[in-house]
Design a protein around this ligand. Structure first.
Ligand code: CIR
Length: 265
């Protein structure tokens, strides 16, 4: 069975900078501690590498407090990458800063030119389709432009709604395998995962719905024992990584990397 949606040879990460303390957040739950953030970030990279991935580790960009959350800057597929257009004004130019790295790794790099906006946190690539949630950061025009670009590589884009008050579509869901999605109840109840198996995160553990499947591992944030157990019991090989500091900035496991296997000509 093909599994291009979670088998990856490469990842890109970016170190959190000192300016991360000024990162965007919906609710202030305290200032992230940079040393702890750096230590969690190193654990995260080690978890990616342990699956066999080559990780491009970029230096911090102090001008962009949220630039550790590289996922929002690009959509990485096998055939090429698309530089996105973040809807948060303070993050718009982060995408441009990622483009040279993508050009080193891919033959083809396309760009969302606007006027629409789209962030990677709103995009869930499954084996058969690309699901994109509209949100405060991602609008219809951004989704339409993305759909037009990726059609040339044979991808279908399906537009959905991110639940009200939720930052990104993938704040509430993750891909576990070809047919299985980990989701919060509120997102699954919206009916967007028909045809997929859904594993629900435990009530009260919604903050771990943002998890990643990376090769043979499911990388989950630490501290969500009921959901971790459910995912293990479903047969997945789980590794947990501390996420307390990224969580203060509404960030989780997917936000911290771009994951892909570029096809080089
Ligand atoms: C932001 O608000 O943009 C960052 N503080 C968090 C971004 C999280 N990214 C993601 O879910 N893909």
């Amino acid at each position: 069975m093909s599994n291009r949606s979670y088998s990856f040879t490469h990842a890109i990460t970016r170190k959190p900078g000192k300016s991360a303390v000024d990162g965007l957040r919906a609710v202030d739950t305290g200032t992230p501690d940079l040393d702890t953030f750096l230590s969690h970030h190193a654990d995260y990279i080690a978890a990616l590498k342990a699956t066999g991935a080559v990780v491009t580790e970029l230096e911090a960009l102090e001008d962009f407090p949220d630039s550790v959350f590289v996922e929002d800057t690009a959509l990485c597929l096998q055939e090429g990458a698309v530089v996105l257009r973040p809807g948060a004004p303070t993050r718009l130019k982060e995408a441009e800063a990622m483009a040279p790295t993508l050009r080193e790794l891919y033959d083809e790099v396309l760009t969302i030119e606007g006027p629409g906006h789209i962030e990677g946190g709103d995009i869930l690539t499954t084996e058969t389709e690309i699901l994109v949630g509209t949100s405060a950061r991602t609008d219809d025009a951004g989704i339409k432009e993305l759909a037009g670009l990726v059609a040339q590589w044979g991808y279908k884009v399906r537009k959905l709604n991110t639940p009200e008050g939720v930052l990104h579509f993938k704040t509430d869901c993750s891909l576990l395998d070809e047919n299985t999605i980990l989701s919060t109840r509120r997102l699954a109840d919206a009916g967007c995962f028909e045809g997929y198996n859904v594993i629900l995160v435990a009530d009260g553990e919604e903050a771990c719905a943002n998890t990643i499947r990376f090769n043979e591992k499911v990388i989950m944030p630490a501290g969500f024992p009921k959901t971790e157990q459910a995912v293990r019991e479903a047969g997945y090989d789980v590794v947990t990584v501390g996420n307390s500091e990224a969580a203060k900035l509404d960030g989780g496991m997917s936000c911290l990397s771009l994951r892909f296997s570029p096809i080089k000509k």
